[in-house]
Ligand binder design. Structure first.
Ligand SMILES: [Zn+2]
Length: 426
């Protein structure tokens, strides 16, 4: 079945040119799109009338956390965190310890559905479930594929729960990379021993992958590194070879000095900015000065709405960064360059959103960025096409039964919150 978007106004995501046409969307991981003048459909074609609608490339998320999906509304932690380290300890490292296979599946389904409905057809995820490491990536991949969202996954390897669990993270990563596109995930420099870091880089070399790691999200990461390794975080990661991969993703990068920024600038590694998460954790503000243009945007697991992340990057950037209209759009779209330049599959031209965007003013190529920043929101996402397949039609997911899944996720959320109450701290 081929999808046709009839009478659409197509916006080229790179040139921002507007074009009126019927669009033929060819299916598959290498499918493209064609502009059709003489349109005649076959009976089994899926024809969507897009008169008055805008069609453009769908969106991608550069840094997400499936594991946090069931945290919404879970209430205050047992102990009130006083700083970033305690936010991890009392909230996220408590939650991830309680995940099991079922709650991972529920988290992944919830994330995939939310992503799809927000027009996000590609998610780069960073997953942790230290007491359910085995097969966790396979479970997430399957859940994403059920909904029709493409992915680039990794397991967040860390020594924070002991070397045995770090070892399990390495094995899970290797098992997954043998058959799938993926990355080698590391939590952050301050929970990674030299041995684990070395093993992760070796694994990345063996599978021609890259490292996905949190970097200097809080000052604590730098302070710990200076105290324990007598060098700064990026110096340590660079010495270990992390920056040698063009697939490497460095999350946050808030507290880097000029030398560290220079090392990143002269590498092929990518930086991912997560403004709302930084505000929420009160850890500081991203500033691109001293870096190159390899900067993309993520949600850090807070939500799955990349239009929201793009706006946040722009607004925070007014006080703390040099970011203008073209700049924030470039960061928003850079995920596609990251994926294509590294030959990852699932983000071709046949990934599209149909926007039902009602504007009170003229909308064209020359003022697209103003509309993109102040007008277009995820509520305008009406249909979503992933690899040539309609995965959201009239704001409903098509591949799975959302109501049934939400029952399942609620049940799993309750179970997870109950387990979290039983965790004790020294
Ligand atoms: Zn993160």
């Amino acid at each position: 079945m081929t999808v046709y978007l009839k009478n659409a106004t197509f916006i080229d995501w790179q040139t921002l040119e507007f074009k009126s046409s019927t669009i033929k969307v060819n299916p598959g991981s290498t499918g493209n799109i064609e502009f059709i003048d003489d349109f005649s459909a076959k009976s089994d074609d899926d024809v969507i009338d897009c008169k008055g609608k805008y069609v453009t490339k769908s969106f991608g998320c550069g840094h997400h956390h499936v594991y946090s999906a069931l945290s919404r509304g879970m209430g205050a932690p047992q102990k009130q965190p006083r700083n970033f380290y305690e936010i991890l300890k009392y909230v996220w490292w408590t939650l991830d310890k309680c995940l099991d296979k079922e709650s991972i599946e529920a988290s992944a389904l919830a994330t995939a559905i939310a992503s799809a409905k927000n027009g996000v057809t590609f998610v780069i995820d960073h997953h942790a479930s230290p007491f359910a490491v085995d097969s966790s990536l396979e479970i997430i991949a399957k859940a994403f594929e059920k909904v029709g969202v493409s992915h680039l996954l990794c397991y967040e390897i860390s020594d924070r729960d002991g070397y045995d669990i770090a070892e399990k993270g390495l094995s899970e990563t290797e098992k997954y990379l043998k058959n799938n596109q993926g990355l080698v995930g590391l939590h952050a420099s301050f929970t990674i021993s030299d041995n684990t870091l070395e093993s992760a880089v070796k694994l990345s070399e063996k599978y021609k992958s890259g490292i996905h790691i949190h970097v200097a999200e809080d000052k604590y990461d730098e302070e710990y590194c200076l105290k324990n390794y007598n060098q700064r975080v990026i110096e340590r990661l660079n010495d270990a070879g992390v920056l040698n991969f063009s697939k490497t993703i460095l999350g946050h990068c808030l507290h880097l000095d000029e030398k560290e920024k220079g090392l990143i600038k002269n590498s092929n590694a990518w930086v991912v900015q997560n403004s709302e998460s930084n505000l929420n954790n009160n850890v500081g503000y991203f500033n691109s000065r001293g870096l190159n243009n390899n900067i993309m945007l993520g949600t850090d697991g807070m939500h799955s709405d990349m239009l929201r992340s793009a706006k946040a990057a722009f607004y925070v950037g007014q006080g703390f960064d040099a970011i203008d209209y073209p700049g924030f759009y470039k960061r928003f779209r850079n995920v596609h360059h990251y994926l294509s330049s590294n030959n990852f599959s699932g983000d071709g031209e046949n990934n599209l959103v149909v926007l039902d965007y009602d504007t009170p003013t003229e909308f064209n190529s020359s003022n697209f960025l103003g509309h993109f920043l102040f007008g277009i929101e995820s509520k305008h996402v009406q249909h979503v096409i992933s690899q040539g397949k309609v995965i959201v039609k009239d704001r409903n997911v098509t591949m799975v039964n959302e109501a049934e899944i939400l029952e399942f996720t609620k049940e799993q959320g309750k179970k997870l919150w109950g387990k979290m109450k039983e965790i004790t701290y020294e």
